[in-house]
Ligand binder design. Sequence first.
Ligand SMILES: Cc1cc2nc3c(=O)[nH]c(=O)nc-3n(C[C@H](O)[C@H](O)[C@H](O)COP(=O)(O)OP(=O)(O)OC[C@H]3O[C@@H](n4cnc5c(N)ncnc54)[C@H](O)[C@@H]3O)c2cc1C
Length: 332
Amino acid sequence: MNPSRSSGRHQSPQQVADALAPALGTARLRLGEPLAPYTTFRIGGPADVLYDATSDRELASAVVTARQLGIPVFVLGLGANILVGDLGVRGLVVRNVARGITDLGGGRIRAESGVVVADLIRHCVAAGWSGLEHYVGIPSTVGGAVWQNLHFLAPAPERERTIFIEEVVESVELLTPADARVTVDREAMAFGYDTSRLHTSGDVALAVTFALAAGDRAVMHRVMQENLSWRGSRHPWLEYHPSAGSIFKKIEGVGAGRLIDQCGLKGHRIGDAQISHIHANIMVNLGAATAADVRALITHAQRAVADRFDQFLEPEIGFIGEFATPNPGSPA
Ligand SMILES: Cc1cc2nc3c(=O)[nH]c(=O)nc-3n(C[C@H](O)[C@H](O)[C@H](O)COP(=O)(O)OP(=O)(O)OC[C@H]3O[C@@H](n4cnc5c(N)ncnc54)[C@H](O)[C@@H]3O)c2cc1C
């Protein structure tokens, strides 16, 4: 969900905190908290107010409270698919650290939406339940995974198709825009490539129940090692080169990265933002990149590809909060 759903009334961070305090408690509200450390890009200005939700109930309650007060609210997962503006995010940012996992039996696993996918994979593989191990190495919460319909190539050696997390989703518990708690099945999530109903509905995912199959732990560990090796040799490493994964949406049959590469832009740099030397659809933060640097680099790549190939590169990442420059999201 996006903080742009605001009442339009500007409140200072202190006013936002004062309004939220009776419901959420003063001690847990952090004013002017920089968001860069909570994103994989390590970029972004401060949230007016940041609150950690440690359970699905707290997540629902924080969102409902903000909505009722007319305060814009943004739900943050691992910040792996977003660029936060240098001017930060107005209103309330709810960092989702609701990390409960429950075994319902027979391979059905309920995960709160703040569960980190890596932790869920470890849990499921140890218990012998297969279906999530393909997504090893992808930074995501469970909520972010259903927002974007997390995907990766099918196991080696074929790697002939893309597999999506929707394939193991049984149901999703949602907080609707009308503040009702409902459980919907996979079909109702309207999953697609890089999308789900969450992009447009205003729902917040509170928890997901996965239906997994009994698997051989040795095979699962082999798949994990092969996938980590594949990723490690083709993508920059987050620990050294923070990024938000693919910057632009896939262009069917062509490849956004290939077009950027053919423009000779690998290694091209604006400020401390750089088009990765090893994957042209990934931009990395060399240390002190700003959101403005990344936006300028996005615009540069879009212009180069439009001029040379007459193709429009549409950003895949979400632009969150306030930027000093206009949004490069749509064609000029
Ligand atoms: C190095 C790297 C590699 C990557 N590789 C892949 C890959 O192979 N495949 C792939 O599919 N993706 C990949 N990604 C992208 C990213 O990992 C996914 O999009 C991931 O699902 C983002 O999850 P998140 O928790 O970080 O969401 P965030 O980035 O925190 O949020 C993204 C959006 O989801 C919304 N959201 C988050 N939680 C909820 C919730 N509970 N309810 C409603 N809305 C919510 C947010 O409001 C925001 O609009 C990669 C990213 C990186 C950095």
